[in-house]
Write a protein that binds this ligand. Structure first.
Ligand code: AMP
Length: 422
């Protein structure tokens, strides 16, 4: 039989133990940290009308042109699996009306991009992102950056760097485009094919081309700030000064542009040394998006969670082996003991104690093997004799000792045993 039909789709993976425990920890740390800053969660659908993305991300961006999973539904509508989180959150905020101003929201969930799968690049991946709505203000940008670093530290990460730049105001764009075009035109023939296309459609993207030959040309181009207004340059200076004041080490990187059209003023990227070629852990920036009648100003970031997990595994190898053991295992000799143990298991679980039991009355040996496999520290054994006497055999797996315990004393004994184990 051809089983390839039952494999996950290329570039998409199942997530389960043991990694999923680390995912849960990172998510819990994030929820706790973001709440300290007054951010609340929003869960938007993973599918949106295609226009939600094309309008906000920009028609000429790589994501929109090459990477979106777009399909026509049965009603003839063009829908898209979300490639990023900001556009959907803005679509949600549109419905909030005046309350959208000042909203502080975060999301955690899967994103979809039809990219060539490779190490560190998936077609379904997960992002944690935040959006803080409000008019451009360097303090707002720095607060969000500071929160992000707080979060990365809460995760136990150390080996990361923060690069920062400005995209300037929308009004600066014609002058920036013109200035860059004039400076790059003499080198046009030496640029890669993609950059020759970008020269005409989205010239800023020349700056972050990864090809060595293009990078050498780009290194010789003037910084875009040279073509920006004094207001934009002052905004950048204010951000850099504030970052310095609160002790955030940021590197000004004139080549950093970020891939989407909606960015204005501050943009940043966080890289981590453990991630190999795809070393971007997170991207962020201030944006201005017009959807329908309303223009949204905001600042936010998105962290790739697959990459965050890799970075945590690197910086804190011990975090990768979070306990998943079941501390108590119930062994039943015979059907009457099994029924009584099912009842006991429920009592223990309702009291907050994780436990497991064999659901069929197998041999003692098979049940003890299951207890070992589950990593149980304590095994409780019952047969007809214990049932008659109102006792249960408590076996300590660490030293092999066992003792008959009256049922009435069980809770206290388990508490003592498990505390001793810790
Ligand atoms: P972006 O907005 O494209 O810069 O994405 C933000 C972050 O999401 C990146 O820094 C990566 O950590 C992560 N990311 C983006 N695309 C992918 C992908 N295809 N696979 C895994 N992670 C990704």
């Amino acid at each position: 039989m051809d089983t390839s039909a039952f494999q996950p789709i290329q570039g998409m993976t199942d997530l389960a133990v043991p990694e999923v425990s680390l995912w849960q920890r990172l998510e819990a740390d994030a929820r706790r940290t973001l709440a300290l800053y007054g951010f609340t969660e929003v869960r938007t659908p993973v599918v949106e009308q295609t226009a939600v993305f094309t309008r906000s991300l920009g028609e000429t961006t790589d994501v929109v042109q090459k990477e979106m999973y777009t399909f026509t539904d049965r009603g003839g509508r063009s829908l898209t699996l979300r490639p990023e989180g900001t556009a959907g959150v803005i679509r949600y905020a549109l419905g909030l009306g005046a309350e959208a101003d000042g909203a502080r929201l975060y999301y955690i969930g899967p994103m979809f991009r039809c990219e060539r799968p490779q190490a560190g690049r998936k077609r379904q991946f997960h992002q944690l992102g935040v959006e803080a709505f409000g008019v451009p203000n360097p303090v707002a940008d720095v607060e969000v950056i500071a929160m992000q670093l707080h979060l990365l530290e809460a995760w136990g990460l150390q080996g990361f760097t923060l690069d920062l730049n400005t995209r300037g105001m929308l009004e600066d764009r014609p002058a920036v485009t013109q200035g860059l075009a004039d400076a790059a035109r003499p080198h046009l023939g030496a640029l890669c094919e993609d950059c020759q296309r970008r020269f005409a459609t989205n010239i800023l993207r020349l700056l972050d081309c990864k090809k060595e030959s293009c990078r050498q040309i780009v290194a010789g181009l003037p910084p875009t700030t040279q073509f920006m207004s004094a207001d934009s340059r002052q905004y950048l200076d204010a951000v850099l000064t504030l970052l310095q004041k609160i002790g955030v080490p940021a590197r000004l990187n004139p080549q950093l542009v970020r891939g989407l059209d909606y960015y204005v003023h501050t943009v940043w990227e966080i890289r981590h040394g453990a991630l190999g070629a795809q070393d971007a852990l997170s991207g962020g920036g201030r944006y201005r998006v017009t959807l329908g009648e309303k223009t949204f100003d905001g600042v936010g970031f998105a962290i790739g969670l697959e990459r965050a997990i890799m970075a945590v595994q690197h910086d804190q190898p011990e975090a990768a082996t979070l306990a998943t053991a079941t501390p108590v295992w119930l062994v039943s000799m015979g059907p009457a003991a099994l029924a009584a143990n099912l009842d006991l298991a429920q009592t223990l679980r309702r009291a907050g104690r994780a436990c497991g039991l064999d659901l069929a009355t197998r041999s003692m040996k098979a049940q003890m093997r299951a207890a070992n496999k589950a990593g149980a520290a304590t095994v409780l054994i019952r047969g007809d004799q214990e049932l008659e006497q109102g006792t249960i055999m408590l076996k300590n797996m660490a030293d092999g000792s066992q003792q008959a315990v009256p049922l009435a004393d069980l809770t206290a004994r388990l508490a003592a045993q498990l505390i001793l184990k810790q």
